[in-house]
Design a protein around this ligand. Structure first.
Ligand SMILES: *[C@@H]1O[C@H](CO)[C@@H](O)[C@H](O)[C@H]1NC(C)=O
Length: 372
């Protein structure tokens, strides 16, 4: 598509340049702008997002869903978990908690075979664990016990694992991290159909010192991801995302990070847990990411947008693009293994290669969303 655009411009330029001196200049200008947009598409996205974000303006949580309920923190709340000392031993700088359904064994294995496990990146340790609930099927329950014994990376909360209970899964996850992995500087929550790239995240965090420390050197609050802005509550009673006015009266939710992948710093986890514990759980439970957004809002945490998180739309594969992205959503287990191998076979991409590939895959993702 890009190639054709450039050729079209060149042909016209060739035909007309004899008669009109202005046309080539205009054409060149358009092409130059197009290239600049392509190369700096993430900066443009960041700027556009900052315009749309509610920012620090605090709207009262009207009529509100007062986000709530103490996440379980006692060990007996977890049916399965690795050794309680797993974090004391692994000393992770970043702990990645993958929320996964009991049946998605293939997705978990693909993650273990690619970006998961216990690794050291840029001199920092990263640990990936899985968070599940209780399956309805007892056979599945037994398989989970076997899987947990073989891999030692499952945390199972005491709640029924279902789509409507994803908020409980996140609360159990935050509770577990706070209780058993409080030494980790950052916690990432990632869905099991996401190709996550801890190395790209650590690179981003390393280059974003203001995100990491307050002026007096304390670890700063961070709630990072793809920010969804001004999302309206679903008022259609037949939808699985239905949110009655009694549960949330506001016209829009506070800005929140897409639940596909987001990152919290240690102090942010603590604030979020306290805010979530401050009142009884709403009914029906809002979507997991909305609930986290509401709790973050109540805790005074402002989400930070990072263009390297893909959020909803599928991002077409590009080697350099995937090398740079922190998270890519809608990746099947077989694709995950394949993409990961391809991204890591060749040498790291050049600056220009990365910029161009990011630009192309973002434009393609955008076009894909527009076309549907
Ligand atoms: C969520 O889990 C609780 C506790 O196990 C259970 O009582 C409830 O029915 C579940 N809700 C949904 C929507 O699955």
């Amino acid at each position: 598509m890009v190639g054709r655009g450039l050729w079209g411009c060149k042909n016209r330029l060739g035909k007309r340049s004899g008669r009109f001196g202005v046309a080539p200049a205009v054409c060149g200008g358009i092409m130059g702008t197009f290239l600049l947009v392509l190369l700096f598409i993430d900066s443009i996205e960041l700027w556009a997002t900052s315009l749309g974000m509610t920012g620090h303006v605090k709207e009262p949580t009207q009529g509100g869903l007062l986000p709530q309920s103490m996440p379980p923190t006692r060990p007996e709340e977890y049916l399965l978990m690795p050794s309680p000392l797993v974090c004391q031993r692994a000393k992770p700088y970043l702990i990645t908690m993958v929320t996964t359904a009991p049946a998605n064994q293939r997705a978990r294995q693909a993650i273990r075979d690619t970006w998961g496990g216990e690794v050291e990146i840029r001199g920092k340790r990263v640990l990936t664990l899985f968070m599940v609930g209780m399956p309805a099927d007892p056979t599945m329950g037994k398989l989970l016990v076997v899987e947990a014994r073989e891999n030692g990376d499952l945390v199972q909360g005491r709640f029924q694992d279902s789509y409507g209970n994803l908020t409980l899964k996140t609360l159990a996850m935050l509770g577990w991290v706070r209780r058993f992995c409080s030494q980790a500087r950052f916690v990432a929550k990632v869905d099991d159909d996401v190709l996550f790239n801890p190395s790209a995240l650590l690179r981003y965090l390393d280059h974003s010192h203001p995100l990491q420390k307050t002026s007096d050197g304390q670890p700063a609050d961070l709630y990072l991801g793809r920010v969804h802005m001004r999302v309206r509550p679903n008022r259609d009673p037949s939808s699985k995302h239905f949110m009655p006015t009694q549960a949330y009266a506001g016209a829009v939710f506070p800005d929140y990070c897409s639940g596909t992948a987001y990152v919290l710093s240690r102090p942010a986890v603590l604030k979020l847990c306290l805010a979530a514990a401050a009142a009884p759980l709403p009914h029906p439970l809002p979507p997991e990411d909305v609930f986290v957004g509401l709790s973050a809002h109540a805790a005074g945490l402002v989400p930070t947008h990072c263009p390297l998180f893909s959020g909803g739309p599928a991002v077409p594969y590009g080697r350099c693009c995937y090398q740079a992205m922190v998270s890519v959503h809608h990746v099947m287990p077989s694709e995950m293994v394949h993409f990961w191998a391809d991204v890591h076979t060749a040498a790291p991409c050049s600056w220009l290669g990365t910029r161009a590939s990011l630009g192309v895959c973002k434009v393609r993702a955008l076009l894909g969303t527009l076309i549907g």
